[in-house]
Ligand binder design. Structure first.
Ligand SMILES: CC(=O)N[C@H]1[C@@H](OP(=O)(O)OP(=O)(O)OC[C@H]2O[C@@H](n3ccc(=O)[nH]c3=O)[C@H](O)[C@@H]2O)O[C@H](CO)[C@@H](O)[C@@H]1O[C@H](C)C(=O)N[C@@H](C)C(=O)N[C@@H](CCC(=O)O)C(=O)O
Ligand SMILES: Nc1ncnc2c1ncn2[C@@H]1O[C@H](COP(=O)(O)OP(=O)(O)OP(=O)(O)O)[C@@H](O)[C@H]1O
Length: 459
């Protein structure tokens, strides 16, 4: 099936409408509904209905009361979720019919759509084919007058911990383990591994958000409309704020690492992990507090750490080794696919911190022995055109992890023969040229003072 032509799509579908949103309590859950329309010029319009529900497990909450006054927040969640549908045609005009965006807000969304869809633009070749840039990608226009309501200021406390089932959120769960009574885990359309990690961490309850997509979007994917990666962490950010409000929690403690700041395509801004970067985190907090609500802080507790440091900590938490999963391809089957760059990356980054037996036990085999992963290794080492479009570490830390893996297990260790990918690494890289990771840059995190003592003790 051929992908439809970008410029043709823009002619056929010139305008995207964010028509309406609504919210309330249904069957004991908080439910948000959104309606979007793509206007066709000579083509029939396409209407999409999207839904997110929030359900508590293990504890009841006063949902009605907590939802009241949250129009502004729900409006913004709908604006964020629109990207899933808008991307199918990339209509140049984005008309907001159910709310108002000031010019400053419109610029913010323009930046997020462009950078958040950076991988989508790059892999679809839109920058080359149509000269797409931040300025011309999309234009936000709003029909409504400016909202004169003041931004609500909420008095909340405690921590909402988003858990994805991978190694990073495990490290956050463990850092915050002595504050259990303040914490609530948050999961969104979770894989099995997220529940397993939460249970190992010793929690019985969680807040579960469920996103339900309009099937029409999935049908359009199979008809050749535009498709590609969306900024998942930005969607999670917006959804988690309502989670925090419903749960009465002040801190949304993400587990986004320093490594996420590095672009996927060297020398450009195209970054698969844009919405995990500090740039997004900073923008998001500013926007949230200025235009939506105050009293919820969104930040990453692991922002000062590279993946290599997170992996070192994770390696010590052996109770999770059998249940965590970082592989996106194996999400549905709760497995490590063993063939993708993410699996290879996690294997390498954990390698210096555990025995080969433990490492092979997690993945069921030695990934460095799999020659078919040569291209993935070279990309991880920064020797390909791009880094893999996955949540992987920086080029510098992959090189350092391979060096340490070699020193621990092969040069000074008991192993004699070298697996194929280790041999490839040694053939392509000069060990002495691989240095330590750069230190911390001042001011590059938003960790509230409340967590400083804890981090000082732990790090
Ligand atoms: C699980 C996964 O990685 N999915 C990506 C994959 O989607 P696929 O078509 O294989 O299957 P589905 O996930 O079921 O999605 C079906 C289609 O639905 C659309 N869609 C889905 C989720 C969504 O939030 N918005 C959507 O529009 C989309 O058209 C899907 O084709 O490939 C897609 C295209 O590249 C990716 O967009 C899918 O990724 C999901 C959005 C997803 O949930 N991904 C997270 C696990 C993820 O990628 N997290 C990042 C974190 C960095 C970030 O914030 O971007 C990561 O771990 O790398
Ligand atoms: N389905 C989800 N529900 C709630 N939070 C999530 C979900 N998926 C990811 N997150 C959160 O988003 C952040 C980044 O996700 P990411 O996938 O990088 O981390 P992870 O799953 O903890 O670790 P790994 O890199 O090993 O996959 C983490 O804080 C993670 O907990």
């Amino acid at each position: 099936m051929n992908r439809k032509d970008y410029k043709e799509l823009q002619r056929a579908y010139p305008r995207f409408l964010y028509e309406s949103f609504g919210f309330g309590v249904e069957d004991g859950e908080a439910v948000c509904r959104f309606r979007y329309r793509i206007e066709g010029a000579g083509e029939p319009d396409v209407v999409f209905n999207h839904r997110i529900s929030y359900g508590f497990q293990g504890e009841g909450e006063e949902l009605e009361r907590r939802l009241s006054g949250m129009e502004g927040l729900v409006f913004h969640i709908g604006l964020m979720e629109s990207i899933n549908y808008w991307k199918t045609t990339c209509s140049r005009e984005f008309r907001v019919q159910c709310g108002h965006l000031s010019p400053e807000q419109a610029l913010w969304w323009k930046k997020l759509f462009y950078h958040g869809l950076g991988e989508f633009i790059y892999l679809n070749g839109l920058h080359k084919e149509a000269g797409v840039d931040q300025e011309n990608f999309v234009e936000f226009v709003s029909d409504r007058e400016a909202d004169v309501r003041e931004v609500p200021v909420l008095a909340l406390s405690g921590n909402l911990i988003p858990v994805g089932g991978g190694k990073d959120s495990v490290v956050t769960l463990e850092l915050l383990k002595d504050r259990k009574e303040e914490n609530l885990c948050f999961v969104m359309n979770p894989p099995q591994a997220a529940f397993d990690c939460i249970r190992v961490a010793g929690y019985e309850g969680w807040l579960l958000a469920r996103r339900t997509f309009d099937r029409k979007m999935l049908d359009m994917n199979s008809q050749g409309f535009l498709n590609g990666h969306v900024p998942y962490s930005a969607i999670l950010a917006w959804a988690s704020v309502l989670g925090a409000v419903l749960a009465g929690k002040r801190h949304i403690t993400l587990s986004n690492e320093k490594s996420a700041n590095e672009p996927s395509v060297p020398g450009t801004d195209f970054n698969h992990q844009y919405s995990k970067s500090f740039d997004f985190e900073w923008d998001f907090n500013r926007y949230l507090h200025r235009h939506v609500l105050e009293g919820v802080e969104y930040f990453s507790l692991l922002r000062r750490m590279y993946e290599l440091e997170i992996a070192r900590r994770f390696a010590a938490h052996t109770a999770y080794h059998g249940v965590f999963r970082s592989c996106n391809r194996g999400k549905g089957s709760n497995s490590w696919c063993g063939h993708c760059p993410k699996c290879l990356f996690v294997f390498i980054i954990l390698g210096p911190w555990m025995s080969l037996e433990e490492l092979h036990g997690i993945f069921g085999k030695d990934l460095l022995a799999d020659e078919s992963l040569s291209k993935e290794l070279l990309e991880l080492l920064g020797l390909g055109e791009t880094k893999p479009f996955e949540c992987v570490g920086t080029v510098a830390e992959v090189r350092l992890a391979m060096k340490r893996l070699y020193l621990r297990h092969y040069r000074d260790g008991e192993r004699k023969g070298l697996p194929a990918l280790m041999a490839l690494f040694l053939e392509r890289m000069e060990l002495d040229a691989i240095g330590e990771l750069p230190g911390e840059a001042a001011g590059e995190d938003l960790i509230p003072p409340y967590f400083e003592e804890l981090l000082k003790k732990e790090l």
